[in-house]
Ligand binder design. Sequence first.
Ligand SMILES: C[S@@+](CC[C@H](N)C(=O)[O-])C[C@H]1O[C@@H](n2cnc3c(N)ncnc32)[C@H](O)[C@@H]1O
Length: 213
Amino acid sequence: MIVAETWSMYDNFNRSWRSLLWPESSFIEDLVAACELKSGTRMLDVGCGTGSLLKRAAYDEPGALLYGVEPTPDALNLARRRLGGSGERVRLLEGCGQSLPFENNSFDVIALTMVLDELGLATRHQVLAETRRVLATGGHVLVADWSAAWPAWLALAAAPARVLAQAAGIGPDPPDDRGPGYELESAGFSQPRLVQRFVALSGDVELWKAGKG
Ligand SMILES: C[S@@+](CC[C@H](N)C(=O)[O-])C[C@H]1O[C@@H](n2cnc3c(N)ncnc32)[C@H](O)[C@@H]1O
């Protein structure tokens, strides 16, 4: 119950207060544009959360075949409610990125937005390997995550907490300092490139794209 309420608050936050710090709607619009959806494109959103990206994708390209996978049941329930009107075109499944419930080569586009950042290095590698497995040859993956470079004001404010967390051995693994391009290449993707940087008060988000050759 508490968890469901937290997800509901997260969802409301995304759609209201967060927009003051962070231009959510243009972010989602640009992400969907980068997916280059056409009628019949098979798209998977890994860690789809409450379904914002899929909703916009369904609106922009009604002919696309959209799938979302999300490990948290409460987030998935909100996504189901939000996408209820999109019927058979959007399928939502409970699952995690390390073990995707799909055959090899099932998708033309796979999005991982603000997901890898939440995972430790080993899990990130598993998720990328699994993503590559279900991506079709000639398809592409889109990875959006916070930039490793924090805005100066935030780095300064968070410095004491980071030092304490590091000393106590807690907190997420730092991103691989060779960057997402290196991580994507190590997972076997081709031509990883930074395609867009979203600048916001709360820090930049980078959008990376790579293929499966
Ligand atoms: C910050 S939210 C982002 C949600 C959504 N992609 C978006 O951009 O709004 C991170 C999401 O990743 C999901 N997640 C966490 N671990 C995951 C995993 N191992 N595989 C797939 N998704 C995961 C969380 O449940 C959560 O919904």
